[in-house]
Ligand binder design. Structure first.
Ligand SMILES: Cc1cc2nc3c(=O)[nH]c(=O)nc-3n(C[C@H](O)[C@H](O)[C@H](O)COP(=O)(O)OP(=O)(O)OC[C@H]3O[C@@H](n4cnc5c(N)ncnc54)[C@H](O)[C@@H]3O)c2cc1C
Length: 302
C-alpha cells in the first residue's frame, strides 16, 4: 500500500496499471509462472483482469462467457467489458463458465494476446486515467491448451474475488497518492502566491480548507491500512476492503492500531470525526511548521 501510494503521487493511472500483475504469481503453477512472470516483472509485458461482461457487472457470478473442453484444449467464447489495459496487455486472466450456473461453475484461464480469435473493442472515452486503455475483450472461439487453466476448475470465482479485494486496496492506495499530490501542490501554491499583500496561506479560510483536505486524507489512509491489515491476516473484517467502492465509513470501534496519530479521540468515534477534531486544533496554531498534535505529522512542511 505504501509503495502504491508513493508511485501514485506521481501518476495514479500508471501505478494502478502495475497492481494487476500479482494473480499469476499467486495462483499459477510452476510452468505458468515461469512462462509469464519474468516479462511481467520486468514490465516488458502487461496483464489484464477479465471478469466484467456487458450483462454481468456487480453480479459477476452471472457471467456467460463459456469455456468448453475440446480434447486437451478449451474453447472460449464471450465478451468482456471495461477491461483495463485491453489491447496493450499481453496476457489476460479470463473468468469463464465451465460448469453449473452461479459462482461454482466459473474457472480462470490465461489467454495470450496472440491466441487466434481474441480481439478488442474501441477505447472507452473516460474523464481521466488516459494512460490506461479500457476496452472490450472479444473471445470468438479462442482455442487454448488445457494447461492454461489458472488454479483448479471451478475455482475461478474465488480467484476473481480474492483479486478484487487486493485490487480495491490497490485503487484506494492509488487514490491516496493522487490526493497526497493534490494536497502538496495546494499547499505549495498557497505558500507561494500572494494577494492583498500577504501569502494566501495566511488566509484563515484557506487554511481551514487545507485542514479539511488533510483530515480526509489522513482518515482515508487509516481506513486503507485497516483493510490491508485485515486482508493480510485473512481476518473476517477483510470485507472492509469493500467500503472503498462506496465510501462508507468503517465500523465504529475498529480503528486501526496503525492509524497515524495518537490523538485523544474517543475510540468509539469514527476516525474521520476524531481526526477532524485533532486537525482543528492544528489549524488554530500560528505556524504550519509547528503542529501541536502528532497526528499532523503527515503534513508537508510549508
Ligand atoms: C474505468 C474502468 C475500468 C474497469 N476495469 C475493469 C477490469 O480491468 N476488469 C474487469 O473485469 N472489470 C473492469 N471494470 C468493470 C467494473 O468492475 C464494473 O463496472 C463494476 O463491476 C460494476 O459493474 P457495471 O458497470 O455493470 O454496473 P452495474 O452492476 O450495472 O451496477 C450499476 C449501479 O447499480 C449499483 N448496484 C448494482 N447492484 C446493486 C445492489 N444489489 N444493490 C445496490 N446497488 C447495486 C452499482 O453499485 C452501480 O452503482 C472497469 C470499469 C471501469 C469504469
Amino acid at each position: 500500500m505504501l509503495v502504491f501510494e508513493t508511485l501514485a503521487s506521481g501518476c495514479p493511472a500508471i501505478a494502478d496499471y502495475l497492481s494487476i500483475h500479482n494473480m499469476i504469481d499467486r495462483y499459477g503453477d510452476d510452468a505458468q509462472r515461469e512462462r509469464w512472470l519474468p516479462r511481467l516483472c520486468a514490465m516488458d509485458d502487461l496483464a489484464s483482469y477479465c471478469l466484467t461482461e456487458p450483462g454481468a457487472g456487480s453480479d459477476a457470478a452471472a457471467l456467460t462467457t463459456r469455456a468448453v473442453p475440446d480434447g486437451d484444449h478449451y474453447v472460449l467464447t464471450g465478451v468482456k467489458q471495461f477491461i483495463s489495459g485491453a489491447g496493450a496487455a499481453q496476457v489476460y486472466v479470463v473468468m469463464a463458465r465451465t460448469g453449473e450456473p452461479g459462482p461454482r461453475g466459473i474457472s480462470a484461464f490465461l489467454v495470450d494476446k496472440d491466441d487466434p480469435g481474441i480481439s478488442f473493442g474501441p477505447n472507452e472515452r473516460k474523464m481521466g486515467w488516459h494512460a490506461q486503455p479500457t476496452r472490450q475483450v472479444v473471445l470468438d472461439g479462442v482455442r487454448i491448451p488445457a494447461d492454461r487453466l489458472l488454479g483448479r476448475a471451478g475455482e475461478g470465482f474465488r480467484i476473481a474475488m480474492n483479486g478484487l479485494n487486493g485490487g480495491r486496496l490497490g485503487i484506494a492506495a492509488c487514490s491516496l497518492g493522487g490526493a497526497r499530490s493534490a494536497l502538496d501542490r495546494s499547499l505549495a501554491h498557497l505558500a507561494d502566491r500572494e494577494a492583498f499583500g500577504a501569502r494566501l496561506l495566511d488566509a484563515q479560510a484557506l487554511r481551514f480548507r487545507l485542514a479539511d483536505m488533510a483530515t480526509e486524507l489522513t482518515a482515508a489512509r487509516a481506513l486503507v491500512q485497516q483493510a490491508a491489515r485485515a486482508l493480510d491476516a485473512q481476518d473476517p473484517r477483510r470485507r472492509t476492503c469493500a467500503p472503498w467502492r462506496s465510501g462508507s465509513p468503517p465500523t465504529p470501534g475498529t480503528r486501526s492500531p496503525t492509524a497515524p496519530c495518537n490523538c485523544t479521540a474517543d475510540t468509539a468515534t469514527s476516525p474521520s470525526t476524531a481526526l477532524r477534531r485533532s486537525s482543528a486544533t492544528f489549524v488554530s496554531t500560528r505556524s504550519w511548521k509547528e503542529p501541536t498534535r502528532s497526528c499532523a505529522s503527515s503534513w508537508p512542511a510549508a
